[in-house]
Design a protein around this ligand. Structure first.
Ligand SMILES: NC(=O)c1ccc[n+]([C@@H]2O[C@H](COP(=O)([O-])OP(=O)(O)OC[C@H]3O[C@@H](n4cnc5c(N)ncnc54)[C@H](OP(=O)(O)O)[C@@H]3O)[C@@H](O)[C@H]2O)c1
Length: 252
């Protein structure tokens, strides 16, 4: 008799928002979710909520800008489980206030790049050996329609007039990482895909979650839906190098 291997899924920035909703969705589907959070109390509270709902969850301290912490997280996962099935790079920030690109502070942009690009790359590089140990495996990068070069340069798109250079360029760079790693990791049976959650009612960008959501802003379950869909595909599904949202495929 063959026993089915548990799907172990690490989600960064999973203590709230889209990351937490993704953990709930995947946990309910039987995945064992590792809640990456930079703050121990917030991470443990999220784990408690998930476990109350019968979900297998553990906290992993993970500030994606802290290389020593990333290394330690990988070591802990290795000793506790020996492998990873899915890595969801969800942690992200937006600090710019839609200033024109000619005026936006590069200090602000650097902070956005540290989390949205360098953090994502550092976590991927550290987790790839664990994903290889768990293969077939998946990496899902939570990107944004705001990082789409195709939409930003299309005069008919609502993103044509958006100005958020640090956030947009860092998500665009994350998309490039998705393209290159999807090709590099094919032979290791690891797929790499990018997902746009869409405009979602979380505390993202400093929004208050107690205020009414503006027209057109979706709830957090809808924001997590495409990530959950991609992470629920069979582990040996070969779809890789894609950029999708609930409505379909997006231009890079
Ligand atoms: N909401 C939207 O409209 C929208 C649209 C498109 C794309 N996205 C993308 O969706 C992802 C999730 O966003 P969200 O809306 O759920 O935002 P959110 O509610 O603000 O959650 C962001 C998560 O990232 C974590 N985080 C921030 N910096 C981190 C760091 N250095 N290390 C580890 N974790 C860190 C936060 O932790 P703390 O609680 O400790 O701050 C939080 O858990 C982001 O990548 C975002 O770019 C969101």
């Amino acid at each position: 008799m063959t026993t089915k291997k548990t799907v172990i899924t690490l989600i960064t920035g999973a203590n709230k928002g889209i990351g937490f909703a993704t953990a709930q969705g995947l946990g309910k589907r039987g995945q064992h979710v590792l809640i990456g959070a930079r703050n121990e109390q917030r991470g443990e509270e999220a784990v408690k909520k998930l476990r109350t709902n019968g979900i297998k969850a553990d906290f992993i301290q993970l500030d994606v800008t802290d290389k020593a912490q990333i290394k330690l997280a990988a070591e802990k996962i290795k000793s506790a489980f020996g492998y990873l099935s899915i890595l969801i790079n969800n942690a992200g920030i937006a600090l710019g206030n839609h200033e024109p690109a000619s005026q936006m502070s590069t200090d602000t942009m650097r902070k956005e790049f540290d989390v949205n690009f360098f953090g994502l790359v550092d976590v991927m590089q550290a987790m790839i050996p664990l994903l290889k140990a768990g293969r077939p495996a998946k990496i899902i990068n939570v990107s944004s329609n705001m990082g789409s070069l195709g939409l930003a340069s299309d005069p008919t798109s609502r993103f044509y007039k958006v100005n958020s250079l640090g956030y947009q360029a860092s998500k665009s760079a994350a998309n490039f990482t998705t393209i290159l790693l999807s090709k590099e990791l094919v032979e290791d049976q690891i797929t790499v895909n990018a997902v746009n959650p869409g405009w979602t009612a979380t505390s993202f960008g400093g929004r208050s979650t107690t205020s009414d959501k503006p027209a057109g802003m979706q709830d957090v379950g809808t924001g997590a839906a495409q990530i959950i869909k991609m992470a629920s595909l069979p582990l040996d599904d070969s779809q890789t190098g894609t950029f999708t949202e609930n409505a379909g495929t997006l231009p890079w």
